[in-house]
Structure formats: C-alpha cells, structure tokens
Ligand binder design. Sequence first.
Ligand code: CU
Length: 496
Amino acid sequence: MNNFKLKVLVSMVSVALAFSACGGKVNEQSSSSSANQASSAASRLPVIEAVLTQAPNVPPPVARNYAAKIVVNMETQEKVMRMADGVDYMFWTFGGQVPGQFMRIREGDEVEFNLSNSPDSKMPHNIDLHAVTGPGGGAASSFTSPGHTSTFSFKALNPGLYVYHCATAPVGMHIGNGMYGLILVEPKAGLPKVDREYYVMQGDFYTKGKYGEAGLQPFDMEKAIKEQPDYVVFNGSVGALNGDKAITANVGETVRLFVGNGGPNLVSSFHVIGEIFDKVYVEGGDLVNKNVQTTLVPAGGAAITEFKVDVPGTFIMVDHSIFRAFNKGALGMLKVSGPEDKIIYSGKQADKVYLPEGSAAQSIRNPAAAVATKALTKDEQIALGQNLYESNCLACHQAKGEGIPHAFPPLAKSDYLNADHNRSVDILLHGRSGPITVNGETYDSVMPAIALNNDQIANVLTYVLNSFDNKGGQITSAQVEKRRKLPPPSVNDIHM
Ligand code: CU
C-alpha cells in the first residue's frame, strides 16, 4: 500500500472512530503522521465522507494538516415534530431535525455536496451555504425536487462559522419552517483545544395559534411578515436543552459553544446567565473579543463563545431579549458538576426582595410553557407538571424546591403547601402577597398570578406535591375549575 492510500485509510478510520464519540466531549481525530502540504487538484485529494451531527453534538475537530475532498450527503425532510408540550409543527429540515446537521471541514478543503430531497417531501428545497464563494452560495445548483439528488462542489476559501439555509421561494417560509444549520470551516492551524463543544442554534417560529395553543399548528405568513413570532427557541423546540437534555460540563473544563441564528427575522442577544465568555469569535470570524457578557448573533449569522466553568450549577442560556426566553422558549441549560468554590461564588443570598413595582400581586399572562394539555393519569400529570415547573417556578423556588432564604419560600417538605391544597390552587390562580410562614420561617414576598389553564395548574401542583419530599396527592382540573369560579380569597383568609 502506498503512502497516499494509507493516509486516506487512516483518515477514514479515524473519522469512523470519532463518529462514535459524541455528547459534547471533544474527541480528537488521530492525526496522520506525515505532514503533506498537498494542494493538488480535487481528483488527487484524499476523499473523506463528512461526519454530520445533530444538535447539540458537534463533529470532532479536524486533525488533518492537508486539504481533502469532503463528501457531504444530506437529505431534506418535512416532518411533524414537537414544538412544545402538546404543540406539534410541520418542520422542514436538513437531516430530519432543527437545526440541520453540523458540518466541520478545514480551510482549503474541496466539498462535494450531494443534496437529496426525500421522496416524501411536498416541496422542492435547496441549500445556500454562507461558507461558499459563488452565486447563491450553491442555491441554484442545489435546487432539488422531491425524490431527487443534486450535486455541486465548492472550495472552502475562508475559515469561520457559517450558517446554511434553504433558499427556495418563498425563502422566508423555508427558513421559518426550520431549514438552517451551521458549517464550521476550521482555520488551517485548527482551533485551540477545549474540553467540550456544543451546537446551539436559535430560530423564530410563527404559528396560527398563540404560544402554547395545543395541536398541530400551521405556519402563519402574516405574523412572519410582521416579525411577531409565537416561539423563539434553541435547537428547534421549547425545552430542547432543558432538564435531562441540558448540555453538561465538569468544573474546571473549557466549553466552546457554536452558536447560530437561523432567524428568519430576529437578532439574538445570546447570553449565559452566571457565565462570562472568556472569548467570543465575533460573528464567527477571526476577530476575538474577550470578557463578553452578551454577544449579538445576527439572523443568518453565528458566533463562537468559549469559557471555563469554575463553579457547579445550572447555567441558563437565553436570548437576553428576555421575554423571548421566559415567554417564547429561548431558554436552554448548561449543567456543570463538580466541587463548589466558595471564593468564586459564595452562594449567599439577599435578605429581602426588592419590589420596585409595589407589593400588589401581579399577573403574568402567556407564561412560558403555557401549554394546553389534557393529562389523563397522575403520572402523566407529574411528567407534564415538571416541564411547567421548570419554565414557570424554578427561577424563584429553585431546582429542588428549596426556595431562596428570606426571599422565596421552599416548596420542598413544605408544611404550608401540604396543609391545604385548595389554598395552593388559589395562590396559582390569583397570586399572593403579604407575609406567610413556611417551615417556621416567615417570608414576605410576592407570588404573581400565573395565567395557566386549569389542566396546567393541576399538573404543576400535582408534580410539586409528589416531588421534593412532599406528602403526595393529586389536583384535578375540575378542582381547579371549581376554585376558579369562587371569588379570590382576601389576604386575611390566606394568612397562616
Ligand atoms: Cu426548503
């Protein structure tokens, strides 16, 4: 076997090995030994089939120090998938998920792109890669009817993190239905080594029904033109990066986020609550900014953020246009495990709540995850209630229901909660202000009325009653409906 063939084989084997190791932990391809400065014609470049990954996973770093011919095989598919609990949507996709599959190549590589459109598709699709130098970024050359495959080639002249998207008319609708993803063109010298890499991509969605309205929701062109999305999400759906789907890291590790924004309309103010980006590759290019709190990610653009995680906890990723985060879904989680460092973060909390808007109970309308869903069994109620808890209650009452001393009462092992279920229903329906005593401690804060429907209140309370070492029990939708019809209790009625 000559040296050239051997190298091709090594590359392909290492790609295959690396492919089996996803999940954010960076697993470098083994480098082939000889340094080949090949700049030969496409026909003479070693051929490598591209590793494509679904978000939040990223293909392993390129370990080559020579150009290759990369073969990309990607299929467009139109699929009904979950937008939020109880809400479905007909997504148009690259590779069956939103965002589309992540591609990772090296500056100077030549790419043969084979775009197949599933025979089940109703629409033609194509691909415009912002990494392409050429008319339409490949769009016209890749226009593909259902059941066909188009092939075109390009050379990656510029390193950077680039968006790709469908550019078939009506373009806004194809992008608005989820047809976008990221392609990373690594610089010839590669990117600095980090411990973990993840793929996070924002998108805005426009549905006939308002946020949380159950059922299969069609695309709403009028809202899209007005740029008034019902959903703004990371990785294609509400909660795609929450709970057990959160991305993870260990204390002391370095994390790199490849952040994209498919739009179609909104610009993202990307922020990780409780972290500072040590480095941002601004707009996905060469310019590195340091010590950044929030970075702009344009529609049809990207950014690379890097940071070391120093303390454990759940770090919330948001679009800091903050109603999008808490009311439209643009919220994900990075869970960091490891030992505390009380010097870096003490855990100390404020003594009392600052209430500049007055002490009257406020009302929250259209809260996050306000999803109309009929739960049948207690277990189903608990499962649905957990999602509602994470998007509506967790910020104050905390992940394990422990509350925040002197500010937000605990829901864990709560004598107040377990003593009177109807009172708890009333608090969710009407809000609550004024002092209460929970487990021997007095709290004087404000709980806003949460505009959840009867099912949702029943589900979230059933979840809480059966979690955090509480005494169990079940709240039914009918019970909530009954309480809803009663006049709101006066503050005196609900004092302990
Ligand atoms: Cu399309």
